[in-house]
Structure formats: C-alpha cells, structure tokens
Design a protein around this ligand. Sequence first.
Ligand SMILES: Nc1ncnc2c1ncn2[C@@H]1O[C@H](COP(=O)(O)OP(=O)(O)OP(=O)(O)O)[C@@H](O)[C@H]1O
Ligand SMILES: [Zn+2]
Length: 531
Amino acid sequence: MSEKYHYNTITAALPYANGPLHIGHLGGVYIPTDIYVRYLRRKEKDVIFICGSDEHGVPITLRSKKECISTQEVVDKYHSIIKECLEKFNISFDHFSRTSSSIHHKTVSSFFKELYHKDLIIEEESKQFYDEKEGQFLADRYILGVCPYCKNTKAFGDQCERCGIYLSPNELISPRSALSGISPILKETFHWFLPLPNYEAFLKQCISKKFWKTNVYSQYKSWIEGGLKPRSITRDLNWGIPVPIKEIENKVLYVWFDAPIGYISSTIEWAINNKKNWKIFWKNKCTSLINFIGKDNIVFHCIIFPVMLIAHGDYILPRNIHANEFLNLENKKISTSRNWAVWLHAYLEEFPNQQDVLRYILITKMPENKDNNFNWKDFQIQNNSELVGILGNFIHRTLILTKKFFFGIVPSPSTLREKDRKVIKTLQLIPDNIGSLIENYHFKQALNEFMKIARMGNKYISEEAPWKRHKHDYMRTKTILYISLQISGMLTQLSGPFLPRTSERMMKMLRIKALPWKLLKKKNYSYLMIH
Ligand SMILES: Nc1ncnc2c1ncn2[C@@H]1O[C@H](COP(=O)(O)OP(=O)(O)OP(=O)(O)O)[C@@H](O)[C@H]1O
Ligand SMILES: [Zn+2]
C-alpha cells in the first residue's frame, strides 16, 4: 500500500437481496474485505468501509412470485437477514445501506441524467423477446434457454450459471419464458446503451492494472480482446429505478447500472448521518478506492463501472479490484436454488458465539487463486487441532500459570537466554510481515504467519515446562512466563483483523488495548495484571 493514500474507500460487493447469505459470500468477499479494513484502521488510515443490499433486478421479482409476497416484502425481508448476519460475523462496515433507499434513487437518477444530457449514452431500437401470455418483455432472467457453449438447458438470458459465460438473450437456443414457459415472440422496443467501445482506449490507459490479481486481469483482458459492444442500461420492467426521462413509462435502469452507484450513495448516506464530507472518499485524487468482489462480478467492476465513472467525470477510478474465485461445499458448487449451502443464519443458530471459528476456517479455505472447498470434516479437525489445540491451549496455559505462580502479575524476567532472545526477535518482525501480507491481499498466508507465532509459543512453553521448573528454578520460571506473556500479547494484538471477537476476549483477559500497528514491534508487556 502506498503511503501516499491517506483516504481509503473500501467497498464489498453488494449482496443481492433475494436470499440469505452463505459461507461462499462470507469467505469469498466479506471476510477478506473486513481483514483489510480492520488492518487499515490499525494503521491509522482514514477508511470508509461501504456496502449495502442490492435490491433491484429480475431475480427479486421472480422470488416475489415464488414466495407469493410483494417485491418490497422480498427486499425488506432479505435486507434484514443479510444485515444482521454480517453484523453478527463482525463485518465492520461503516455503513450498510440499500439500493431501494431514496438517496440511492436520487443519486442514480442524477448520474443517468448527467450522461443523458451530455449525449454520452445512445438510444437504440431493437427487437426483444416478449411473452404474449404475460404481456411483458423478457429481460435477463425472465428468459431461459439452452446455453450455446455448454448446452446447459437452464441458461439465463444474461448468464449461464453452469459455464459462467455472460450471454445476451438472442444467443440462447430454444428460448422460453421463465414466467409462462411459452416460446416468446420478438417485439420492437427501445433502450439506452453505454457505448463501451468509445472507452476502450481510456480503459487501457486510465486504469492501472499494476495491483490486479491474475484472475481479474485475465477476465478483463479477454473482454477487451473479444471487442467491447455497447451495453444496454435500461430494461422494460417495473421493478427498479424508473428511467428519469419525462414521458418514459415502464422502463427502469438495469440493475448493474444502479448497483455499483450504490457504493457512492451509501457513502453519501453515511456522510449525512455523520456530518462528514463524502466527496473526499470519491473525488479526491489522494484517495485509494478498492473494490472487493467475487469472480462473477469482475466484468462489471473492471469494465462497466469504470466506464460509467469515466463518462460521468469527477470520480476517482478504482486503484484495485480484488476478486476471489468461488468456494464450494463438500466439492459441489454452492447453489441457492438447489439449497446446497451452509447458510450463515443457520450456522449462527447451530454454533452460537462461534463466529470466529467459521471466520478462521474460511480464511484458511479462501479461494484466492482458484476455487476452494469447505467441508465439515476439516472444520472439525482445524477447530480442534489448530484453534483449540494450538492458539487456545497456549494462551490458556500461559494465563493459568501466571495466575498460579505470580498472582496474575507479569513477572520481570531474569537473564535472557539465546532462545528467549530469538523469540523476542521473531515478535519484533512479525507485525510488519503480517501487515505486508495483508496489504498485498495474501490473507491466507497472513493468518498462517499468525498461527506460526502461536505454534512457536506452544513449543516454547512445552519445552520450557514452567509447571515442572517453578519448584527448583523460580527465576527461570519468571522469564519463561514473561516471554510467554509477550507472545500472548502479540497474538492478542495481531488477531484483531482475523478473529475480532477472540481478540477482544483476549484483550480483556490480558487487560490490554488494541494498539496502532506501527507500535506493535516495540511493545513490551510488563507491569501487566491479567484477569
Ligand atoms: N460460492 C461463492 N464463493 C465466493 N464468492 C461468492 C460465492 N457466491 C457468491 N459470491 C460472491 O459474493 C458476492 C455477493 O453475491 P451476490 O449476492 O451477488 O450473490 P450471487 O453471486 O447471486 O450468489 P448466489 O447465486 O449463491 O446467491 C458477489 O461478489 C459474489 O461474487
Ligand atoms: Zn453454459
């Protein structure tokens, strides 16, 4: 992270409010973003962590039909479930808004009008699929058919979920209406398009791809090499943000036009609530904007949203777009429609107060460069042998023995041996090491380094065995527990970004406070009375 960026706007993909969240969402997007943000705060950076629920688009209207409730009821229901779950997993948003808010509607409408009045979008007539039985145009997921690439018979008009390819409805073989099942006719309509080809040169020049992960860059490159086409940004629907042009009826803005503007409108809402200036986070050249997403959102964040921002002007562009691949469950793709998922609300019921266990396992399984797999067997093994067996065991032994032998007061060390000095040296190096891994988005490795310290502590205390030694070598016992407490203090501090609840609990036990990251390497815990 370049020190030149004092302001940091960090966004996590807006979760879609047509269903609850599962472990893929949490491990793929929200946990990595939260680790990054918590670390930046400890670096004393000015950070805003923005998110909100994405509440427009066809899947919501389909869900409303399925559940026999109104679209508003669908989004109200899932907005609350999603927000509550993310809070319970300690995802530390500064603001979590929703795209049905009036501020969002206003922000998006004025964004569209700006492009419209500057002639930066084009109006075009075209023929689109229409369901005569339902009297409705069939946008995106209202139309199903056979994928021309993998022959999946249930490909949607916008994407084939089996092979992941993005489609337009006219590419589908044997299209049929998702509403009535009938074959649609083609009917004349008109829409507005974002002329992506006009921005190809800007995209190549203006966006620095220096920090992009290979998975992000390769998707971006294949889109660019495939030749960009104008992209329609309106739909013939009645659920969404109405096209803000007089006399236009029954047309709304495409959900992927309005959703990313949600990052901006959510920041504006936060600024109003907190009497702050939102522009610093979106219009200041010294602000670093980083979007965290999953792989199916790459094209929207690497091409469409930057083009919207460039066309509008005034806004900064993302400095990095961080996308993870997908998490599978027991070697099968997580699927909301097939109910193959570990739902976060169900986990919270089944394992009360065990949020950090899931956070830990999900970090170790993070699909950083390729899809990864979650399974319950590993969950059990890793919890028992790593979290309890190493981290918990070391802290527990250290604190119990300090209480037993020294009334809970940190003993002052006697002469340090080579082994003790080695431990202290390792502790001095670890904050920068972990910090740099987090800054470079290597979250799994960062956690691994953290656990190495816990392993080192466990080994140290086991080898030195203060429980045996205290009877005949009181002075050495003092040193051993002093060193063990230094390790415990460091683990407590470093665990904050990864395991926030555990870190807080350990802080209470050790009676210490979270320190700025830069002070950690110098910190020495003496004169400390543990709880
Ligand atoms: N299995 C997964 N592994 C990693 N990231 C995921 C997974 N499923 C979804 N995501 C990411 O989570 C973020 C929020 O997802 P979103 O609400 O858009 O749901 P989605 O992609 O429609 O998922 P689903 O179809 O499972 O509901 C997106 O950036 C998406 O890429
Ligand atoms: Zn396909």
